[in-house]
Write a protein of this length. Structure first.
Length: 147
């Protein structure tokens, strides 16, 4: 069943995604319940870190990254791609600044569920963007035409 989101829902969903950076970058891992469902699945396998299931596993995973993790997470280009009852899917872009000053770009593929305290991320997949235009320019170099 398709669900129509109102402006309040849209704002709350974007706010939840934005809050992730403030909580994690500030080291407030005791507040992960404000952004994740208890059974969250956090998939970082595309960046070689693995998948964490549950808030406690996500918390431990963040601590394991330690100094190797980003010092700043920024979310942008938030697009709600689907909505049904109390579940939405969202695609957004993320920029991460590392301690050595390098930056990385990722795509977040999120599922959020409405809980009694608001919208929470129940599933997140992080996909790194390592090639311009996701490789479309490589097809042009090989002589492949785009329609």
């Amino acid at each position: 069943m398709t669900y129509k989101l109102d402006d309040t829902d849209r704002w709350a969903i974007a706010e939840t995604l934005s809050l992730h950076g403030h909580i994690v970058d500030g080291g407030h891992l005791d507040r992960l319940e404000e952004i994740f469902t208890p059974e969250v699945v956090y998939d970082l396998s595309a960046v070689g870190v693995g998948t964490f299931e549950g808030i406690e596993a996500a918390r431990k995973g963040a601590l394991q990254l330690g100094a190797g993790g980003p010092i700043a997470h920024h979310v942008t280009n938030v697009v709600i791609t689907g909505a049904a009852d109390d579940v939405v899917t969202v695609q957004s872009k993320g920029l991460m600044i590392m301690a050595d000053g390098t930056m990385g770009s990722v795509t977040h593929l999120d599922t959020l569920r409405r809980h009694e305290d608001g919208w929470r991320i129940s599933h997140r997949v992080i996909r790194p963007q390592r090639t311009p235009m996701n490789g479309a320019h490589l097809a042009d170099e090989a002589g492949t035409a785009h329609e």
